[in-house]
Design a protein around this ligand. Sequence first.
Ligand code: ATP
Ligand code: MG
Length: 385
Amino acid sequence: MGLAAGAAGAAAGYALNHRRAEPAAETLLGAEAFARTNAGAWAKVFDALRTGVCVVDGYNEIAYANNGAGALGFKAGQSLHPDSLRGLADHVRATTAPRQVELELGDADAPTAVRIDIAPLPEDHVAVELTDITELHRVERVRRDFVANVGHELKTPVGALQLLSEALADAVDDPAAAARFTTRIQHESTRMARLVTELLELSRLQGAEPLPAPTTVWIDRVITEAIDRSRTAAGAKDISLVRTGRRGLAVSGSENQLATALGNLVGNAIAYSPEATTVTVDTALDGDTVRISIADEGIGIAAEDQRRIFERFYRADPARSRATGGTGLGLAIVKHIAGNHGGQVDVSSMPGKGATFTLALPSVAAQADRTAPHTGEIDAKVTED
Ligand code: ATP
Ligand code: MG
């Protein structure tokens, strides 16, 4: 029964398709008739599409444009624009072969990249299909840059390792020089290992692996962990690590990831500060938002760099950061972790006067007023209820 109905439907569809090629049916595509017959159901169907659809008549006037086309600046009653598109429409009419082109439309500062397909219709009309590919282009560009950057970043330590191992081979009779080269080899290989670890971490955070199931994470524990991890680096520069603000705050997510994010921020605060300064980790509850800020008294970040430091591989001062062993991935990782937790990370800084990074995360409100546990045992009990 269902099959029979389906077959009948298909046959009717075939008959319709077939009839469309006949001259009597073609007149329906005259601009006026088109507007009349499509005023109802078809217009709704086309308006529901994200893709822009236009029908353009033989004078290059737009006879019909759906909402998607309107959003890209193509409206019924207008002439087809720009000139290059009119030329292409004429070409399609003359050759009756469909054509595709990619154009940048709109604002010159923030253009919209659009893929345009033009197909011939009867009576000198053409169908114009418009697809916004701005985001696709952006993603492609980011991917291209990323691969180029990874290549470049790996080239530096690999090149150094090659030179150093040659130097080491030549220094067999000079133990002091050999020891120096060995230390440098260790330094470069550590840097490379760190780069690879961070790249893998970033790819995991960007969704290559599923996120762990969220648990209640006590901020005090995460901060203690991050501070503990950074104690050696801080001690080496005589930097004091100070903890202030509200205790007992909790968020929902991955303790591991949040510890990595905070560790990166505290690590930066130490790396980009002179000796004998203070790094302060403060916590506050602002409505439903937990704010964790890490403030240092270091070199600070110029306004034009502040926007870019969260990009992968971006370093405000590549020479200095290379000296600290930095790869420029730390803040990109922090940004992803913040995003994965429904939060964000911001910076405020004055060059020479230090920087403050703030991680804002949605709080687990019901838990916020409880006392934070300090041992794994109590924590396990809390996550159970
Ligand atoms: P790594 O990936 O090893 O952390 P990195 O520290 O160079 O390397 P990010 O942590 O992403 O990379 O930081 C990017 C850049 O932002 C740094 O190179 C530095 O120029 C600047 N920066 C980050 N934190 C601070 C800070 N607290 N004070 C001053 N500059 C900072
Ligand atoms: Mg860093």
